[in-house]
Ligand binder design. Structure first.
Ligand code: CDP
Ligand code: CDP
Length: 218
């Protein structure tokens, strides 16, 4: 529906997309699409079903019939709450591998469009502005230095009581950036017309206010 306002927020891992998207959606009363969660859910399903992560057809089949539901901020996979489980770094790394398969991306396409409902949508991910919602009203490319992002991830993990190692995190982030940027389908790239926001030296509040300000200009 071309009349429903969509704000896309794309960017690399730990740039703050999820946090900023949720806050902007909350302020505007819009729906929220965390598209990364769909790739993470697919990865988790594959890991649990013992499906080989390099079996494109089998993983795509799981993605097509993802028994997922989203209600009240929770994420259910076959009626099990997996909101926490899908955040594991291992699941994120697997998600980034299966996200390179065109058939997996195709399988999740319609599901993502379904989130676009009145009064509006804030969608975050890698290809929200380039592939899924190319006609979005406002496109933002959120980024930050790899060091700033590793530090944010580190604090997030420590905050959750999970031990983390800065060198490993930096290496993981760089590997993920590399895969997400250089894959042939829907690579991570700023959409045409996107506002680029480098948040290396910004707080979450400042980033949220900047996005809301751009929104009022439209
Ligand atoms: O939070 P983080 O940025 O690390 O990850 P995420 O947004 O939850 O996404 C996990 C993985 O799914 C990413 O590394 C991407 O490879 C993939 N993804 C994608 O390909 N396209 C999207 N629209 C969203 C995520
Ligand atoms: O979704 P994505 O992987 O891009 O990032 P996230 O899960 O939202 O994590 C970003 C983390 O960095 C959160 O803990 C934020 O509080 C923090 N942060 C931020 O998002 N933006 C800033 N400008 C500063 C810190």
């Amino acid at each position: 529906n071309p009349h429903i306002p969509v704000i896309t927020i794309d960017g690399p891992t730990a740039s703050g997309k999820g946090t900023v998207a949720a806050r902007v959606a909350d302020r505007l009363g819009y729906h929220l699409l965390d598209s990364g969660a769909l790739y993470r859910l697919t990865a988790l399903s594959a890991m649990r079903a013992g499906v080989a992560l390099d079996d494109e057809q089998a993983v795509a089949q799981l993605a097509e019939h993802l028994p997922a539901s989203f209600a009240n901020g929770g994420i259910l996979l076959a009626s099990e709450e997996v909101g926490e489980a899908i955040r594991a770094e291992e699941v994120g790394n697997c998600a980034s591998k299966i996200a390179a398969f065109p058939r997996v991306r195709q399988a999740l396409y319609a599901l993502q469009l379904g989130f676009c409902k009145a009064p509006g949508l804030v969608a975050d991910g890698r290809d929200m502005g380039t592939v899924i919602f190319p006609n979005a009203r406002l496109k933002v490319f959120l980024t930050a230095s790899v060091e700033a992002r590793a530090e944010r991830r580190y604090k997030q993990l420590i905050g959750k009581g999970i031990s983390a190692n800065m060198d490993d995190l930096l290496a993981d982030l760089q590997a993920r950036d590399e895969r997400d940027t250089h894959r042939t389908v829907a690579p991570l790239v700023a959409a045409e017309g996107a506002y680029i926001l480098d948040t290396s030296d910004m707080t979450v509040d400042e980033a949220v206010e900047q996005v809301l300000h751009w929104h009022t200009l439209l």
